[in-house]
Design a binder for this molecule. Sequence first.
Ligand code: OXD
Ligand code: MN
Length: 596
Amino acid sequence: MEQFLNPEIKSFILSYQELFSPNSVCICNGSDEEYDRMIQLMIESGTAERLANNNILVRSDPQDVARVEDRTFICSVKEEDAGPTNNWVEPSEMKDKLNGLMSGAMMGRVMYVIPFCMGPLGSDYSYYGIQLTDSPYVVANMKKMTRMGQKALDLMNEYGNFVRCVHTVAYPLSEGVKDVPWPCREDKYIAHFPETREILSFGSGYGGNALLGKKCFALRIASCIAKDEGWLAEHMLIIKITDPNEVTRTVAAAFPSACGKTNLAMMQPSLAGWKVEVIGDDIAWMKSNDKGELYAINPEAGFFGVAPGTSKKTNPNAMNTIRQNTIFTNTGSEDGKPIWEGIDSFAHFKNIITWKKVLHDGSDKVAHPNARFTVSANECPVLSNDFNNLKGVKIDAILVGGRRDEIIPLVFQTFDAQEGVLIGASLTSEMTAAAKGTVGKVRRDPFAMLPFCGYNMGDYFKHWLAMSERLPAIFHVNWFRKDKDGNFMWPGFGENIRVLEWIFGRLKGEYEGKKTPIGTVPKVEEFNVKGLDEKYSKQLSELFKVDTDAYMEFFEELESYFQSLDFKGRFPSEFNDLINQFKNRLANANSSPKSL
Ligand code: OXD
Ligand code: MN
């Protein structure tokens, strides 16, 4: 270690060097040469292959393909601080266990030290971290996903505070052990220590389990910091929308994993004259200023998006973003081109090698459903020039949404911020391949944060309510409603600009909308249908309809969900009042004529 390291950083590195017993330690500087060296190492070990345009393809072990929520732990000192939605283990018990398991875990490998910054370098919003890892794949991905290297280290040396992120694939190369292309373990642990701002990740090399800046730091640990400091760390995209008159508004939106955040963030609007630019596609850190306005940054520097389903039709800007300099994980390939379900017609591909490295014969998937691309935000043709804005961007509206085939209208605005908070907390969605579990199972996912809130969800609801005076307008959207024959009632993707246009009109005070018991929906005549396929325009009133009986049941189920969880006395009683408020309006509407 020739570099200058402040004593705290030095002792952090040395203590883990002693525990892990790696062959050597490498302090990463974040250079392109270093990235190329990581890729070369992965090619030599059989982990990766080169594709065209400086892209690479990595195939993981089939047992290590998604986040492992059942192996993810919040190790707060008190159990009640983890709350009913997290797995809890007492911190010293988890540390003893992991210290034992981690002893010698990097034998025969290099321990890389990754200094990184979440947020623009030098911004007051940003926080620093150091990740230790024995995975060249992690080093390469962290280069794309964070501001990593020398500059971050210099700032950290000066500033002092950093989140300790410790990761090992836990496959020591002790005497006689041969390496494998994707080392990992069955007994994985993704452990968070909120009080000491530490993360210990053991046995997985994949995505959110291993790229610790993302879910572990920027959501689970950051949500705890945010609660303590009075701001919000959320699972939200951030976009800047410009209308044909060059008026701009900025919107943050929470949707559960793999529900289209990247598609909305990089949307190519179908309406002429409109522009959508991306600031973030997954995480927003939002703080209010002394005027009570909410400002946000995206703490990440890249996109770790789901590849399957991405195509020139569904997301042309993403396709342009990932044309070059991209790491693909668990896609198939042919002739130097990455391939996945939904990319294109397969008909003209004759020799696809699947993610499992066999010739595709139609019997198995080309790509794993949670196959990913990792790409620097700078590759994106619609990146906003506010991406690196040190002051963040003013948020004019918050959107929440899930993947729901019934009940929830295409869009509605809540009557006030408190009701908006309850609606955010009511999010439900079908599970996707982003996490190990049952795909398609509908589950509650408050603010899309169920797997990412680092503390008691009751305290989280209270924190949102405490912020409510500083919140902008809140809208609920649902692109996924289906008719009785199971067909989508809304085309989605670039056509979602029509919904954003209505939201824009509401923010400017131009659209009156129509009041329903749950909030304000568009009047059909306010909604821009110019050029929209008639198949959709003729069912708008159905898409905006609020079925009062179904919604009554919705709130009853929400009440039972909250009652089923032991919040250890931390559940906000205001939520019961808010639910009653909605139920009363629904009951009153039911006793008057039913056309809403
Ligand atoms: C993600 C996720 O990877 O939410 O963004 O799982
Ligand atoms: Mn996500």
